[in-house]
Design a binder for this molecule. Structure first.
Ligand SMILES: [Zn+2]
Length: 1038
């Protein structure tokens, strides 16, 4: 299109007048006269715009970065956004974006575009012809279309677990590698609502990114950074890894849209450049002036002579030429004007330019939470919004990790069933309007449905693999196992048909417990059963201790209500008890237990004693059969003390629930509490409707305290004989809103710790970051919201300490948490709100469950865990048990006819050398057979430097012992997303200079991988990724 160039000489003459850069009234008048004089001779002709890219070292360079921010679901589902369906909600069609951008890029070799969300790009790519695919490959290879960020979605940074962030990025990066042989160099987290330390070092530097860009930081922080010219920094997210894992980070001065007046979607109101002299409203000079003024304003708050303009917005470029036409003209006329230099660019080109400037940059440590966009608008509500979806995502995340291991043990089938659909659904669910809970209700349902579909397929993989492994003794049917293992995803509501079946006529229940963790664990399994008189035998046929706990009527009614909703019809009341027994499971392996009716008396499961108000002489109720005891007041049923007889920790400990009433937004500042924003309007205790005594359940393995705290809040506290933490299972909802007030429910744990305003919260389940109440390390905080402004996201937990002891609370999903009073921890568990908080979702966060056309507020069930340790000893529990919360034992059930299971099946299995176990500071966070038959292995050191005196040490993992009986032929160390070799990534890494740093803190790293000894060394906080190749892939029983 640009081959035959005809330059309109007349126009050229006029523009050369502009080039002088001085526009006195006289000149302008002269110009107008000249234009008028020339008009009769002027013909509108084809215009050539010179948009050749060139950086001018002597001018301010305005890098125009064309982009479209395409949410992988928000107001519409991902597929509705892709196809342009449901446009009455929002006119958005990503297919149009990609079609028209590609066409505009093919039209002109100077134009550039970046694309970010691979979930959308994949949908588009598979529909294209081979011819177009070849053209797109050319665009990518020449850098005109650049993939940045490159995960399936732009994940949130507060609520996802780091393993999910790695997985979703890996999926996208490997797709880009496979189709284009490209490796993204830039992090582009422009929209997430605050930014995490894990994002900076793990999902940044460890991927091989040279830079990270985003828009949303606290308004007070931004104001200071603009003054200090510190919007661009070098960010060291990991204290342990220091400068070895740092990243250049750019924060946009306003938002991720262009400066005001430079948006050019078809219906946008910015004035286009009108440069056709034969038409009215010719405005080249005005528009060039506007451009220069906006550029100088930004240059004023930016170091070096390079500034970036993010030329795009949400779902823009549906008609890409509308943008490119204007940018062509701006680049042409602005460069003729000459005051600043404009160019088509990408964040990679911009980063290169910043690096070449050889400037020193301010150092940033910690993170960018919480985020407020103005005084009373703290985006800390979404840390908890949609707790059921957050819980489901976490449950599926742990399940995927285990299912991938089992898939590898049997051998992956590319044709399916496999774990790909679950991985894909989980990837999309990490989007910053998915797991965050800030999407519309129908979109949340779409994410959950995708997870459910993925789970159903992965469940088949797990069942087949367990059958394969269990039958590997039987060479005749080894390749076609017949055992049908069932699993129970609704165990949380005590629904599990195989365990509830009557064990009569010699039938018994086989329970296989699989442990995805690299060390042996012993824990209590609970399954619902319908009869008494059961015995449990272990893999060796020995009868083991078991306990029957009557299922409370509160649990039964919850179960029946949700079964109606989930399965339709009415549920039976067949299960009467929880059967609890202790399972001991080897690393990366399983143990088998047989549950059967007892024919003899005397040796059968103990039925727990229930009591309402037993008390000792101090009017106290004491529970706990082992080291840990909890004391309650007999009259009020209040927790008062936590006593560990092993380590002599005795602490006052209270526990209660309360709620904040959500602001309805009718006040002066017009800000409601909603899906994103937490704006409390008063705090209230949850009071029981009547005095309900606590119920105590005692038995040989565990004690339980049942408390109905109000008609909508029920709690069971468990103390296991062999454990030193308390487990609190809460059932909350429907939160009553018939008073017209939305409510945000919190649990509070109070102790007398002198925690001195300080507490620690995790970053995406990994690093613990120090928080100080009403304080920010980067600026002098003005406190307007003393509650909401002190909330932080947690995925693993929160803890406090004083000179003597530390109090830790761990959680089973992402929630918001804080410490508003010394010694206290507060965790927000559920939210139901009646107003929209005006950040775009346009719906109140009022989740309901409908059964037979009757809708009630959402009820959620979850757990948190608390423990008090002598100071310096809490990390061991937080890290090891935290890993066990993430990776629960995977239970599968089969029916045994007769009594020969143990004789005909493998009853105990471990994938690793029987004499080996991973050290308790190392986790296998990925063990996955890839499509090409290679195996992806990720090992994570769970501790930070200095976190624990025993475990914060360099550790070794022996791969030979992880894969016994297999011949490892090649091991290649990769970057975190496994799209390039680690050494290749390190070679390309840009070095950045930090302002005022006297000496560099490089952080400790494990040594190079030793290919002869096959040993991996991991320093604290390190995650190392390997592609492992074997001489043969089938491993067990072959
Ligand atoms: Zn977004």
């Amino acid at each position: 299109m640009k081959k035959n160039i005809i330059i309109n000489k007349n126009n050229f003459f006029i523009f050369s007048l502009f080039e002088c850069g001085c526009f006195s009234m006289a000149t302008i008048t002269t110009t107008i006269i000249i234009i008028i004089c020339l008009l009769p001779a002027t013909q509108a002709k084809y215009m050539f715009y010179n948009t050749t890219m060139a950086i001018d070292p002597h001018k301010i360079n305005v890098h125009l970065v064309p982009h479209s921010h395409d949410d992988v679901g928000w107001l519409k589902t991902i597929d509705q956004y892709y196809a342009g369906a449901n446009n009455s909600i929002r006119g958005a069609c990503v297919q149009n974006v990609l079609d028209s951008v590609i066409s505009a890029l093919l039209d002109d070799p100077n134009r550039r575009f970046i694309y970010v969300e691979m979930a959308f790009f994949q949908r588009w790519w598979r529909q294209q012809s081979d011819t177009l695919k070849a053209e797109v490959r050319d665009l990518v290879n020449s850098g005109r279309l650049e993939f940045i960020n490159g995960g399936m979605c732009m994940h949130d940074e507060a609520t996802p677990h780091y393993i999910d962030m790695i997985d979703q990025t890996t999926l996208g990066h490997r797709f880009i590698k496979h189709e284009f042989n490209q490796k993204p160099r830039v992090g582009w987290q422009i929209d997430p609502f605050g930014h995490s330390a894990v994002q900076a070092y793990l999902l940044g530097a460890e991927l091989g990114f040279d830079s990270l860009f985003f828009a949303r930081i606290d308004y007070q922080d931004r104001a200071k950074r603009k003054t200090d010219k510190s919007l661009e920094v070098v960010w060291q997210g990991s204290q342990s890894l220091g400068s070895s894992s740092q990243i250049f980070t750019g924060i946009f001065p306003v938002h991720y849209s262009p400066p005001d007046g430079f948006t050019f979607e078809v219906n946008d109101v910015s004035a286009p450049i009108q440069d056709d002299l034969t038409l009215f409203d010719y405005n080249v000079k005005e528009r060039v002036d506007d451009f220069v003024i906006a550029a100088l304003a930004q240059a004023n708050v930016t170091r070096t002579n390079h500034i970036m303009w993010t030329m795009g917005e949400d779902f823009r470029y549906q008609y890409a030429l509308s943008w490119f036409r204007q940018m062509d003209k701006f680049i042409h006329y602005v460069n003729m004007d000459g005051r600043v230099n404009a160019l088509y660019s990408t964040p990679s080109i911009y980063t290169e330019a910043k690096h070449t400037a050889n400037e020193k940059w301010p150092l940033k440590t910690g993170d960018f939470f919480p985020y407020a966009d103005r005084e009373n608008a703290y985006w800390t509500g979404y840390f908890t919004s949609r707790p059921a979806l957050k819980g489901y995502v976490r449950m599926m995340s742990g399940y995927l990790l285990a299912a991938r291991q089992l898939e590898f043990f049997k051998g992956r089938s590319n044709l399916g069933p496999n774990t790909d659909a679950l991985a894909d659904a989980l990837a999309i669910a990490q989007h910053h309007d998915a797991i965050t809970g800030t999407e519309r209700e129908h979109v949340a349902a779409d994410y959950a449905m995708r997870l459910s579909i993925g789970y159903t397929e992965a469940e088949k993989v797990v069942a087949a693999s367990l059958a394969f492994l269990a039958e590997s003794k039987l060479s005749t049917r080894h390749n076609n196992p017949v055992t049908k293992f069932e699993q129970c995803p609704l165990l949380n509501i005590s629904y599990c048909p195989p365990t509830e079946a009557n064990l009569l006529n010699g039938k018994s229940l086989v329970v296989v417990a699989y442990n995805p963790i690299g060390w042996k664990r012993v824990e209590i399994i609970r399954i619902p059963v319908s009869s008494q008189g059961l015995i449990v035998q272990d893999s060796d046929g020995r009868e083991i201790e078991s306990q029957l706990i009557p299922i409370s009527s509160a649990s039964l009614s919850t179960r029946n209500y949700h079964l109606k909703g989930n399965l339709g019809g009415s549920a039976t009341d067949s299960d009467k008890y929880w059967l609890a027994f202790s399972a001991s499971v080897p690393p990366l392996g399983f143990s088998t237990y047989i549950v059967s009716s007892s024919r003899k008396t005397g040796s059968r499961s103990v039925i727990s004693k229930w009591s309402l108000s037993e008390r000792d002489s101090n009017n106290t109720i004491e529970v706990g059969q082992g080291n840990l005891k909890l004391l309650y007041t007999a009259d009020e049923g209040k927790l008062t003390s936590y006593i560990n007889s092993r380590n002599q920790v005795t602490a006052f400990a209270g526990q209660s629930y309360g709620y904040y009433s959500g602001y309805n937004g009718t006040d002066r500042v017009n800000q409601a509490s909603g899906a994103y924003i937490f704006r409390p309007n008063g705090t209230f205790p949850v009071k029981s409707d009547s005095q309900v005594p606590l119920t105590v359940v005692r038995g040989p393995l565990l004690d339980e305290i049942h408390q109905q705290l109000s008609s909508w809040l029920h709690q069971v506290t468990r103390v296991y004989k062999e454990k030193e933490h308390a487990e609190v299972e809460f059932t909350i909802g429907p939160i009553p809103v018939d008073d017209g007030v939305g409510k945000e429910v919190i649990a509070r744990i109070a102790t007398s710790l002198r925690s001195n305003r300080t507490f620690y919260t995790d970053s995406n389940g990994r690093d613990f970051i120090k928080r100080v109440r009403d304080y920010r390390s980067d600026w002098d905080l003005q406190v307007h919201q003393p509650i909401a402004g002190n909330y932080y996201p947690i995925n693993l937990g929160i803890y406090l300490e004083d000179e003597d002891i530390e109090l830790s609370v761990l959680v089973d999903r992402a929630v918001g948490a804080t410490s508003l009073v010394d010694g206290q921890i507060e965790v927000m568990l559920h939210r139901r709100l009646l107003n929209d908080d005006a950040r775009g979702v346009g719906e109140a966060l009022n989740e309901e469950v409908c059964v037979h056309n009757t809708c009630k507020g959402l009820m959620i069930q979850g757990k948190f865990y608390l423990r008090i340790d002598p100071r310096g000893e809490g990390a061991k529990w937080r890290r090891a048990f935290g890993q066990e919360i993430y990776s629960p034992l995977l239970l599968a059930f089969a029916e045994q006819d007769g009594n020969n299971w143990m004789g005909t099946h493998v009853a105990a299995f471990s994938a690793i050398d029987p004499a080996y176990s991973l050290p308790e500071n190392i986790a296998i966070i990925t063990l996955q057979e890839l499509e090409n038959g290679k195996v992806l292995l990720r090992l994570a050191h769970l501790y930070e430097t200095g976190e624990d005196r025993d475990y914060s040490v360099m550790e070794k993992v022996e791969l030979k012992k992880l894969f016994p009986g297999k011949k490892i032929s090649k091991v290649t160390e990769m970057n975190l997303s496994a799209n390039q070799e680690r050494s290749e990534m390190e070679k390309k890494r840009l070095e950045w200079r930090v302002e005022g740093a006297s000496e560099e803190r490089r952080g400790l790293r494990g040594g190079a991988f030793d290919p002869t000894r096959l040993e991996v060394e991991l320093a604290p906080s390190e995650i190392r990724t390997f592609e492992v190749e074997f001489d043969y892939i089938r491993m067990f029983g072959s």
